[in-house]
Write a protein that binds this ligand. Structure first.
Ligand SMILES: Cc1cc2nc3c(=O)[nH]c(=O)nc-3n(C[C@H](O)[C@H](O)[C@H](O)COP(=O)(O)OP(=O)(O)OC[C@H]3O[C@@H](n4cnc5c(N)ncnc54)[C@H](O)[C@@H]3O)c2cc1C
Length: 427
């Protein structure tokens, strides 16, 4: 086992949130290292929308222009039932320099972030998996396995990942941005409480001749919520919530290769015929063509919250701390704010401008915001002006609004809904 003394901050996980955190730190002159157990960035669109506030944070890193050049701009959210348009939220009326949502597939965003990090002299150490973390009051010792592919098997040849080398890194701080099955969270012994039961969605991306006119659409039935996101180059994504469908907890995994998901008879839940039936049942108003399906998948979304966001020298950001439903793209976007906040706080502590104890306030603010977003504490309150159709769906709208904090409150306000925390405090 080799021992090396290394970075000031070790970021575990090179998903969008870990990459973002590493850029924030590197730009502040902090020596940062990023490890990821996989071999490259993700290969699909996953969380495909950047909230206005995320664009502002990306602009601080000099990236908003590049992103907006490639993205589809959404400036309103239409709310529909199966037959009619019922209401809208106008992103264009939000404050700030980016009153819009930018639609850019997550794989493209991750590549932009990786290139930016490389430009700052930080190379991601792919195929490096955290196996153990121990902290004392001075530092964290991380045991990391370097993984290598090895061919195996006689009757059917296959490759498997094996441990090629084990090393230890000593570092003052660790950011656990290692996704919903976070090893960092587990090493801290923190629970990941289920706040709401899981939901399942059938997701289809295809080319269409529909003119979606800069609008993201949410179709709300009596109990299920479906979303239509326009994508660049004439594509769109439909995500239909499935009522009577269950996937086991282990199925949600990021692919690293762009391969067509298997559809058709084998997986009828995501067959083209099923897509046509779902559109007919839940969105009569969608008259666009369905051509060239490029991605079809059934996904389970859990609604979990970490018991705390860290302790001492180990802190969580992104899906490692929270998971939610897909419609409003909140997990990754709020994750960027977490990455920025945590990056700045760690940089301050490392430069002697704060103590480790100040990081506790990061943890408290994260728990408070996520308890609200996950519906554990408060919700959206209808007022005398709220349309009854909206009022009936107020709580289901919380994870669907593509914004957080002030932007969230402004968009909810356009529907005459008020965000409330239990105890009467506003979010
Ligand atoms: C199929 C699918 C569909 C999705 N659809 C949507 C959607 O419609 N809307 C939406 O908002 N979100 C969606 N998401 C979720 C979205 O992708 C996440 O919210 C986002 O990726 C979170 O980013 P993150 O950086 O926090 O974590 P991740 O992107 O999960 O990155 C975590 C990284 O940590 C690495 N890692 C894990 N364990 C270790 C370890 N022990 N050692 C080293 N590295 C480790 C992983 O390899 C991974 O690269 C979807 C996800 C999937 C998989």
């Amino acid at each position: 086992m080799s021992v090396r003394e290394n970075p000031e901050v070790l970021v575990i996980g090179a998903g969008p949130v870990g990459l973002f955190a590493a850029i924030v730190l590197a730009k502040r002159g902090v020596r940062v290292q990023v490890v990821d157990r996989d071999w490259r960035t993700g290969a699909h669109s996953y969380a495909l929308a950047l909230h206005g506030h995320s664009l502002q944070l990306l602009d601080e890193l000099g990236l908003a222009e590049t992103i907006l050049e490639r993205a589809y701009r959404v400036d309103k959210v239409g709310l529909y039932d199966a037959s009619h348009r019922r209401a809208e939220m106008r992103l264009a009326e939000l404050d700030g320099p980016f009153p819009l949502v930018a639609v850019l597939p997550q794989d493209q965003l991750e590549r932009i972030l990786e290139e930016t990090l490389q430009g700052l002299g930080v190379r991601i150490r792919w195929n490096h998996e955290i196996s153990q973390l121990e902290q004392d009051d001075k530092e964290v010792t991380a045991t990391i396995h370097r993984l290598e592919k090895q061919s195996a098997g006689y009757a059917v040849a296959h490759t498997e990942w094996v441990i090629a080398k084990t090393e230890q890194i000593r570092t003052p701080f660790v950011i656990g941005a290692d996704g919903h099955r976070s090893s960092v969270r587990r090493s801290l012994g923190l629970g990941f409480d289920e706040i709401q039961p899981p939901t399942h969605f059938a997701v289809f991306e295809f080319h269409t001749d529909a003119d979606l006119g800069g609008e993201m659409r949410i179709s709300m039935g009596e109990t299920a919520t479906h979303a239509l996101w326009p994508l660049p180059d004439g594509f769109c994504r439909w995500s239909f919530q499935l009522a009577d469908f269950n996937l086991p907890a282990s199925t949600r995994k990021k692919d690293r290769l762009t391969i067509q998901q298997v559809g058709g008879a084998e997986f009828p839940v995501v067959a083209e015929q099923r897509l046509r039936e779902l559109v007919k049942k839940n969105a009569h108003w969608f008259q666009g063509s369905i051509d060239a399906i490029q991605w079809q998948i059934a996904v389970r979304f859990e609604h979990h919250l970490a018991e705390r966001f860290g302790k001492g020298r180990l802190w969580l950001a992104g899906d490692a701390g929270h998971t939610t439903g897909p419609v409003g793209m909140q997990s990754m976007n709020v994750g960027f704010r977490e990455a920025r906040e945590l990056g700045e706080a760690l940089a301050a502590v490392l430069r002697g401008k704060g103590s480790v104890a100040t990081l506790e306030s990061y943890g408290r603010s994260r728990s408070k915001e996520w308890r609200f977003l996950l519906g554990a504490d408060g919700g959206l309150k209808a007022t005398a002006q709220t349309d009854p159709w909206i009022a009936k769906r107020a709580d289901r709208l919380v994870p669907c609004i593509p914004a957080s904090r002030d932007g969230f409150a402004r968009l909810a306000g356009q529907l005459a809904l008020e965000p409330m925390l239990l105890g009467g405090q506003e979010t």
